[in-house]
Design a protein around this ligand. Structure first.
Ligand code: ADP
Length: 484
């Protein structure tokens, strides 16, 4: 990634102040010492001027090299001073040389401090420049406006202009022209995160849901302006509304499906006793007929009772037939899209169960024949069961896999690493009204099986590679529509 600002872009002084290290530093120090001593040939040792040059050399060395090379400059120049002017017994000159050493060292310390200080300042300056660029980049991509306490717009970023369909000409206008009922003084008290939904108003009078996070410039506690971070909630609201609609639709379908399943079960269960009752009545009729005229009236009553039972039986039969042949409108659908459409419903299930649903669907070759809402109902049933089976599992996992199984079939698997299903229970779990849950109705799997069968598939269950249960079924692929 390209840095926002090169480290020294705006700081030409930095390279000059940069310290030299290693051999380079030692060579510079040595050169400075030589340059400081060489002019003595002309100045001679009589003049005190020759103390000046070594002091400059030590200062320079302190600026561009480290402590050790500077100490070398100091040592060489002090030694040269003592050697050439102080020895053997000139005590004042010796004292002067020592004084030079101390002054030069103090000077070096000052230069070091100064150098360190300047380097810190330059670093801070680069840091500030970077933050400035970063801030400007953020502001260029986020809808933000600043507002006076009187509620007048002071500044608005480009995305804020786009949000309200306006231009920079809106600076100075009241913010309430864009956010219905926004009172700057009242809202300055609500600094910090809040979920309030405002009504944003574009210049063309179109309104939209808006979230406003209010901030006050921190360095000005009695500030006269607020910072408003704006979020357009239209998309989020539309997604929520879609999820709610789908949820309501699925609930309706679930009620119908479960009612159908209950009716089918009842019809199945009642059919036998009703046939038995008819047989018994028929037998009684035969017995009564043997009694001749006396039994005639009773025979007629039994005939009426038989008629009613047969009628009840035919009502039930009709209902079963109706449910069995309930037309499912299988259309051309894409599995990936049907599952993606459930995102809002799944996120509700995820939140409630504390599970993250993984979706791995081949969404290139996923064209199938399906009844969208019935398929989604089946998926929600299987996912909800999986999430319930994961209660109390450490590291819960639930996966929806969709893949091409053959030219004709697209397989869907919903698997988890929950409690799983004991082998001896595998046959019973699909029976209507069979449940192991306290509040369960025992209809989810039987409804799901009916849906899968109405799509020409078979609902199967086996042990998942994840450790829990894996429910799977196939849908018919729409091959002729596949892209080449
Ligand atoms: P309900 O969920 O109301 O109990 P279902 O017909 O959906 O009714 O499920 C029947 C039973 O099958 C459940 O009570 C449960 O014991 C078992 N079951 C279903 N799905 C799973 C699963 N993913 N893991 C373990 N058991 C399951």
């Amino acid at each position: 990634m390209t840095p926002l600002l090169p480290a020294t872009a705006n700081h030409p002084l930095l390279p000059r102040l940069a310290r030299r290290r290693g051999l380079q530093a030692w060579l510079i120090a040595l050169s400075l010492a030589v340059m400081a001593l060489a002019p003595r040939i002309w100045i001679g040792t009589e003049s005190h001027l020759f103390y000046l040059l070594p002091i400059i050399a030590v200062g320079l060395s302190a600026t561009v090299t480290g402590r050790k090379p500077t100490f070398l400059v100091l040592a060489i120049t002090t030694a040269a001073n003592i050697w050439t002017s102080a020895l053997p017994t000139d005590l004042p000159a010796l004292a002067l040389s020592m004084l030079f050493g101390v002054i030069a060292w103090l000077l070096a310390e000052v230069f070091w401090e100064l150098g360190a200080y300047r380097r810190r300042t330059d670093q801070l300056s680069v840091h500030l420049d970077r933050r400035q660029v970063m801030l400007e980049t953020i502001l260029a991509s986020v809808p933000v406006m600043t507002v006076t306490r009187e509620g007048m717009i002071q500044m608005l970023t480009h995305p804020a202009c786009q949000l309200f369909g306006t231009t920079q000409a809106s600076v100075g206008k009241p913010v309430s022209a864009f956010i219905d009922g926004f009172d700057a003084i009242e809202e300055s008290a609500s600094v910090g995160p809040n979920d309030h939904v405002w009504t944003g108003r574009r210049e063309n009078e179109i309104t939209f849901p808006l979230n406003v996070q209010v901030g006050v410039l921190p360095e000005q506690p009695a500030s006269d302006h607020l910072i408003l971070c704006l979020t357009d909630l239209s998309l989020a609201h539309a997604a929520d509304a879609h999820a709610r609609d789908l949820h309501a639709q699925l609930n309706r379908v679930w009620r119908l499906n479960s009612l159908g399943e209950m009716a089918a079960t009842l019809a199945h269960e009642l059919n036998q006793p009703l046939s038995a009752a008819t047989t018994y009545l028929h037998a009684s009729q035969v017995d009564v007929a043997r009694a001749g005229l006396m039994g005639e009236s009773a025979g007629r009553t039994i005939e009426l009772a038989k008629g009613q039972i047969l009628r009840a039986g035919s009502i039930i039969r009709r209902m079963r037939e109706l449910l069995a042949h309930q037309a499912r409108s299988l259309g051309q659908e894409r599995v990936g899209a049907m599952v993606a459409d459930l995102a809002g419903v799944f996120s509700m299930i995820e939140r409630a169960g504390g599970v993250q649903i993984q979706i791995q669907i081949d969404d290139v070759h996923d064209r199938v024949r399906a009844d969208r809402i019935q398929f989604q109902q089946a998926m929600v049933n299987l996912v909800r069961n999986g999430v319930e089976a994961l209660a109390g599992t450490a590291d819960p996992q639930l996966r929806i896999v969709g893949r091409v199984l053959s030219d004709a079939e697209f397989q869907i698997v919903v698997e988890d690493n929950g409690i799983g299903i004991a082998a001896e229970k595998i046959d019973t779990i699909f029976r209507p009204l069979m449940t192991t849950k306290a509040g369960g109705m025992g209809l989810g799997l039987s409804v799901t099986r009916t849906i899968v069968e109405s799509h020409g598939g078979v609902l199967q269950v086996e042990k998942s590679v994840l450790g829990g249960a894996a429910f799977s079924f196939c849908l018919m692929r729409e091959q002729e529509m596949e892209p080449e």
